[in-house]
Design a protein around this ligand. Structure first.
Ligand code: G3H
Ligand code: 13P
Ligand code: ZN
Length: 333
């Protein structure tokens, strides 16, 4: 058993309480490799933003959970080396799908876990979530749960259609499970294709897809039911069109990729939404950089030359999200 406290990590409790009060959101960035982690920590350290490092089941399979956990531990030391005196870094399991997986992360030094039982029937979601909460809370590890279903297809997360969270269920769910935060479905989805062209309109000037607005009425109704309770938004990448264009320009094929407009995320961040999950945007930044460097320098074969550029792109992206979208800069001096 390793306690996250010995590793210099923090859980989400205080982070979320401050974020709700202060009208900003904590960035939750997924990481699978060293370059992503370096970029996240550099961005957080430079902007003095609290940050959540997320590890998905797919990331554990790709990079090995032991290695990822030691990398997160190393991240705390790296942050200090960068001059961030009191780093506020949370290590979080993203989309845990079983009690055993959540328990193994709690036992292994994670400071927060998500149990995503949102695809199960309501009562089964409650039972599994409560089991995870009862275990995690013994070690002061915080637990995120999910109600409602997000659309999207990722390695380990898949559903063709979304179902908005039912506001009339949230009080019963939060009370009976004891969860610390709740991920809700209000129209966001995973991946780089969040809406079909049929769901969007087109900007006549640019020809770009304009997505439909998120269901802020559902968010408002949830907040009315659970005043001051921490709400989480998954599937919150904006799919920056400059990266999509670069990828397409340099041999990729991402037609009509579209995300959540940043002004909608800005609005959400000011509410009880205190954790915003971003993964796809980092994947796009990485891929755009690698494609560009390799297309422009076909003789290059040193991975540091293109992964280093990818890291710079991701760092810029993370800083932009922190400062211009979530407003979490300067909140962890
Ligand atoms: O919510 C899903 C995250 O983007 C993780 O995706 O399962 O492909 O690692 P992944
Ligand atoms: P995106 O695919 O929109 O980046 O969402 C990531 C996410 O929700 C991770 O849990
Ligand atoms: Zn997610």
């Amino acid at each position: 058993m390793v306690s996250y406290k010995e590793l210099g990590l923090v859980n989400t409790r205080e982070m979320f309480a401050k974020a709700i009060k202060g009208g900003y959101a904590i960035p939750a960035f997924n990481f699978n490799n060293m370059e992503q982690l370096q970029a996240i920590i550099k961005a957080a350290a430079e902007t003095k933003s609290p940050v959540i490092l997320q590890v998905s089941k797919g990331a554990r399979n790709y990079a090995n959970q032991t290695l990822l956990r030691y990398m997160a531990q190393g991240a705390v030391e790296y942050a200090k080396e960068l001059g961030w005196e009191h780093p506020q870094i949370c290590l979080h399991l993203d989309h845990g799908d079983s009690f055993e997986l959540c328990k193994s992360c709690v036992d292994f030094g994670f400071s927060s876990v998500m149990i995503d039982a949102s695809s199960l029937p309501y009562e089964e979601n409650i039972a599994l979530t409560k089991k995870v909460v009862d275990y995690a809370h013994q070690f002061d590890v915080t637990v995120e749960a999910e109600l409602g279903v997000l659309a999207g297809v990722e390695d380990e997360v898949s559903s063709a259609v979304s179902h908005y969270t039912k506001p009339e269920e949230v009080v019963d769910f939060a009370t009976r499970t004891g969860c610390d935060s709740l991920a809700i479905s209000i129209g966001t989805s995973h991946g780089a294709y969040k809406f079909t062209p049929e769901q969007c309109t087109r900007d006549p000037k640019t020809g770009r897809l304009v997505p439909p607005p998120l269901a802020f009425d559902v968010l408002d109704a949830v907040m009315e039911q659970l005043p001051g309770f921490p709400i989480v938004l998954h599937g919150s990448s904006s799919v920056p069109q400059e990266y999509v264009d670069m990828i397409n320009q340099y041999g990729g094929k991402l037609p009509d990729a579209v995300g959540i407009p940043e002004e909608q995320l800005r609005k959400a961040a000011k509410s009880a939404v205190c954790k915003i999950n971003i993964d796809s945007d980092s994947r796009l930044a990485f891929t755009a950089a690698v494609r560009k460097v390799l297309a422009e320098k076909p003789g290059e074969f040193d991975p540091r030359k293109y992964c280093g550029v990818a890291r710079d792109y991701m760092e810029e992206l993370y800083k932009h999200k922190i400062i211009n979208v979530l407003g979490s800069d300067g909140k962890a001096e």
